[in-house]
Design a protein around this ligand. Structure first.
Ligand SMILES: NC(=O)c1ccc[n+]([C@@H]2O[C@H](COP(=O)([O-])OP(=O)(O)OC[C@H]3O[C@@H](n4cnc5c(N)ncnc54)[C@H](OP(=O)(O)O)[C@@H]3O)[C@@H](O)[C@H]2O)c1
Length: 284
């Protein structure tokens, strides 16, 4: 069971150990890179000067170097965005394409993501890859949704569990619901959003709560049942510190994934695992 204990003023909190999950994915990536007869390559396409995107791309670069994967950032104007993606589709030296968000204003997300070549869609944003999920086919599932599944599989038997997902985005909440419903995983899934009524009642009745809202301290202790598993997807920057969507008091009664150092690092590890997967498939 991937958990680690930390004493806290006489009591103890059980953190879900996401670091070791990320580490084992990265070890697997390194081994598979060594087995390839070429160096796989990821290209990240960016269209804005957003500082948090720039910082994320710097950490992608560092991780790529560590894993032996070539990495390039292409900065492009809104007008050239789609043609850049078309060129990357043709480029045989590129195995994975990542589109940085936020997109430049005026660009339609669905149109841009549809232009990410399906076989290089390492983030799982192309509607075709998302559609495969409905058939239980997870060739390139969205990395964060897959990260949540990996965490849950490492700490519990998902089958038959009541799971509530708070948040219905295309990248996290919706694909995760489909992945947890998949035959073989067999969770009973409820998806909540800003119009959900009596949210606390729903989350309190759940064995597992996944929060992907983007509001610090959103999930409070009285919204969670004792012994539940809580997956914190949120990333918020408050008072000079990173934190998730889960209030710290929840840790007193539930197993929680930490932020930072939780789902986010598994998401990044999986992005690179998808690059290797794409390279293996393109080679075959
Ligand atoms: N760790 C990672 O790797 C990773 C990856 C992706 C995102 N994130 C983080 O996860 C968070 C969510 O990201 P996202 O892209 O999924 O967000 P998003 O597209 O902004 O969606 C947020 C969701 O939260 C719901 N929501 C907002 N207020 C609510 C309320 N009061 N009660 C119930 N639901 C509420 C929204 O409902 P409506 O649909 O009704 O508006 C929406 O479905 C962000 O902090 C983001 O930075 C982390």
């Amino acid at each position: 069971m991937a958990t680690s204990q930390e004493s806290l003023e006489g009591g103890s909190i059980v953190w879900i150990d996401c670091k070791s999950i990320a580490k084992s994915i990265e070890e697997d990536v390194r081994k598979r890179v060594d087995l390839l007869s070429f160096t796989p390559k990821l290209v990240s396409v960016v269209g804005t000067d957003d500082p948090s995107t720039a910082s994320y791309l710097r950490s992608q670069k560092k991780k790529a170097e560590k894993l032996g994967i070539d990495f390039e950032i292409i900065k492009t104007s809104p007008g050239d965005f789609l043609s850049t993606l078309e060129k990357l589709a043709e480029d045989k030296n590129v195995n994975g394409v990542f589109v940085a968000r936020p997109l430049p204003e005026g660009l339609d997300e669905k149109r841009v993501f549809s232009a990410v070549p399906v076989e290089k869609d390492v983030e799982g944003v192309n509607p075709e890859n998302l559609g495969f999920l409905l058939y239980g086919e997870e060739t390139f599932p969205p990395c964060t949704a897959e990260a949540v599944v990996k965490v849950l599989e490492s700490v519990t038997e998902i089958s038959g569990k009541k799971v509530t997902i708070v948040g219905r985005s295309v990248t996290v909440g919706k694909p995760l619901a489909i992945m947890l419903l998949k035959k073989g995983r067999d969770a009973t899934v409820t998806v909540c959003h800003s119009r959900t009524q009596n949210l606390g009642e729903i989350t309190r009745a759940s064995d597992i709560v996944v929060v992907a809202v983007g509001k610090a301290h959103f999930l409070k202790r009285d919204m969670v049942k004792e012994g539940a598993i809580v997956i914190d997807v949120g990333i918020n920057y408050v008072d000079g510190k990173w934190c998730g969507d889960v209030d710290s008091a929840v840790e007193e009664i539930a197993q929680v994934t930490p932020v930072p150092g939780g789902v986010g690092q598994i998401t990044t590890a999986l992005l690179f695992e998808h690059v290797v997967r794409a390279a293996e498939r393109q080679k075959a």
